[in-house]
Design a protein around this ligand. Structure first.
Ligand SMILES: Cc1cc2nc3c(=O)[nH]c(=O)nc-3n(C[C@H](O)[C@H](O)[C@H](O)COP(=O)(O)O)c2cc1C
Length: 174
């Protein structure tokens, strides 16, 4: 069978990181904050939209961390982490956890769950996971988590698309 070459396709080897960001940004995602607790009971967290569900049986999810993160070694060795899925009204929280800072948790409501993980109050859902496996992937490290506990409140999600926060279009019921 003859192979059709579509002329609109560009070579990825010519794409710089800005172009790749724009390319990846076409995929609309939710927004999460990944949290855990350091050995000295300091809560740690960062904003991540790389979250994805993976498997129902066993219940597995994934997210990826930039290898330049100061928390790379901590997450590499921690036993559990929590994935807090943000609601539409939590943009400020997302921004706070997307900047390097020592006091991200100041005035933030969170609690420590049995396995020592920090969990945020007020998320749409929280998945407390065992740090099951890690996969080296270029400039990121992929974390596979097995869900051990969860909370589910539901509500309108915070969305991210094209490098900007978005919200679901409201449908009018006349
Ligand atoms: C919407 C959004 C999504 C992000 N997703 C990720 C992600 O999936 N992985 C990642 O490593 N950084 C991601 N970042 C960037 C981190 O939140 C940011 O680098 C943060 O400073 C990391 O925290 P740390 O410096 O304390 O490690 C995202 C930022 C934003 C605003």
């Amino acid at each position: 069978m003859e192979t059709l070459i579509k002329t609109g396709l560009l070579s990825a080897s010519d794409a710089d990181s800005r172009t790749l960001r724009t390319l990846f940004g076409q995929f609309a995602t939710g927004v999460t904050i990944i949290t855990t607790m350091a050995a000295d009971d300091t809560p740690v967290g960062l904003t991540a939209n790389s979250f994805s569900s993976v498997s129902l049986d066993p219940a597995l999810v994934l997210w990826s961390l930039d290898k330049r993160s100061p928390n790379l070694e901590l997450f590499r060795h921690i036993e559990h982490f929590a994935i807090n899925i943000l609601g539409a009204d939590q943009e400020d929280l997302s921004n706070r956890f997307a900047r390097p800072s020592d006091d991200k948790f100041e005035d933030v409501d969170y609690y420590r769950c049995d396995n020592g993980t920090a969990v945020l109050d007020g998320a749409l859902a929280t998945l407390v996971c065992r740090n099951e496996r890690q996969i080296d992937a270029g400039d990121h490290l992929i974390f596979i988590g097995e869900i051990h506990h969860y909370s589910l409140a539901g509500g309108q999600p915070l969305l991210f698309h094209g490098g900007q926060y978005q919200s679901l279009a409201q449908t009018c019921s006349a």
